[in-house]
Design a binder for this molecule. Structure first.
Ligand SMILES: [Zn+2]
Length: 111
């Protein structure tokens, strides 16, 4: 798929993907924070499972649960944030920039 500049019809067009990058970053941080909530639950489950193995098992199980919860939250948040940012790039921002005449434009304006 080639995008053309609506002004000079150059095909030297780049995507800026600004919202996607910001969204991925915000999603990672937000997801990790939300993952902490899940990590608490994960730590509890891990601690309960660890009870079978004694006091050392409680600590190891809790740690494993917390780490898994945080990582899963960050990864999920990153993907969700990037997806949301992509939509903003496509629909709201002028995501395309022409390298020849430096015009910023939205895909819907190109024919
Ligand atoms: Zn142009």
């Amino acid at each position: 798929m080639t995008t053309q500049c609506p002004r000079c019809h150059s095909t030297a067009v780049i995507t800026k993907d600004l919202a996607r990058k910001v969204g991925a970053l915000v999603g990672t941080v937000g997801g990790a924070a939300q993952g902490v909530t899940g990590a608490m639950a994960g730590a509890e489950v891990g601690a309960v499972v660890g009870l079978v193995a004694g006091p050392a098992g409680v600590v190891a199980g809790g740690m494993a649960g917390a780490i898994l919860g945080g990582l899963a939250g960050a990864a999920t948040g990153c993907i969700a944030g990037a997806k949301l940012g992509e939509v903003i790039d496509e629909r709201v921002l002028d995501n395309y920039a022409c390298l020849d005449c430096e015009l910023s434009f939205n895909r819907r304006q190109s024919v």
